[in-house]
Ligand binder design. Structure first.
Ligand SMILES: [Zn+2]
Length: 298
């Protein structure tokens, strides 16, 4: 009898050790951060995939199932995932919700970015794209780590160790990026993108960032706004103009033709690239974006 019990226990052990904490992240960038911190203890699924737009995502019945099965749900917050509250209600989610941006100093979007006649819109929307500032990502790391520990206290030491290793890498990236941008005169640090996703990057590294659309890809650019921007790009000699990996580039291409500036490539804004692309992780995304912007500044 004793023998059988011991055998059963032995059989049961590996299965127990392999059971990973099921985590759902809202989009690819924070899914990657969560994998870095969770390591082998977690199984992370991202709802919005690589090169997809998290602003306008429409959850499917399969996504409801994923959230139902999760013990931890990691979101950015700050209004990025407007579709999430309906989704976690539909999924009857009862696990730990981590708002990765909780506690950061937020950036307000400037009023003039709103389309004309858009008076229903609250002016001064909060900008959700805080991941483009590595110093704010330190808060993301602490929040995600705390959420994983809450859901899986047995992994506390490992989550803390991995979180501090990852935080050091993000700090090194930040130091490197500061050096890069500091080598360009402040007056030359001007760039333009499709939607206003790089405000935190601009604030942190003192770049002037212009955008055709506001902080959500749902907002519409007005003809007058585009004409004004075209003039500004021409008059102020803005040389750094970039497409984004998850938005339509037609307006940007039109503007660059009219302002006679070359498009300096593609930045990874609200999503990672696929696994074979140049921005398959958050650290790669930041490095790629900084290098791409620096090429145009030089
Ligand atoms: Zn965005």
């Amino acid at each position: 009898m004793k023998k059988t019990l011991a055998a059963l226990l032995l059989l049961g052990m590996p299965a127990l050790a392999l059971a990973k904490l099921p985590v759902v992240a809202s989009f690819s960038i924070i899914a990657d951060m969560t994998r870095e911190i969770g390591g082998d203890r977690v199984e992370v699924v991202s709802l919005v995939g690589p090169d997809q737009d998290a602003h306008v995502f429409q959850p499917s019945p399969a996504d409801i199932k994923k959230v139902s099965a999760a013990k931890v749900l990691v979101v950015n917050g700050l209004g990025l995932e407007g579709w999430m509250s309906r989704l976690d209600k539909a999924a009857n989610f009862r696990g730990v919700t981590v708002v990765a941006s909780k506690g950061i100093k937020t950036r307000q979007a400037p009023e003039e970015e709103h389309a004309e006649g858009d008076h229903d819109h609250d002016h001064g929307d909060v900008d959700p794209h805080a991941w483009h500032d590595p110093s704010r990502v330190q808060t993301y790391i602490r929040n995600i780590s705390a959420g994983l520990i809450q859901a899986d206290p047995a992994g506390k030491a490992e989550y803390q160790r991995r979180a501090s290793e990852y935080a050091a890498k993000v700090q090194a990236l930040d130091d490197w990026a500061k050096q890069q941008f500091a080598s360009v005169p402040a007056a030359k640090r001007k760039m333009l993108t499709s939607h206003d996703a790089f405000g935190y990057l601009g604030e942190h590294y003192q770049l002037q960032v212009l955008a055709i659309q506001g902080v959500s890809t749902e907002s519409e650019a007005s003809a007058k706004g585009v004409a004004q921007l075209t003039r500004q790009v021409r008059n102020e000699h803005v040389k750094a103009v970039f497409m984004e990996n998850m938005t339509d580039a037609r307006l940007l291409k039109q503007l660059s033709t009219e302002a006679k500036v070359q498009i300096g490539g593609k930045l990874y804004a609200d999503a990672l690239s696929g696994p074979k692309g140049p921005a398959a992780s958050y650290l790669q995304l930041m490095r790629y974006n900084v290098e791409t912007i620096m090429k145009s500044f030089r």
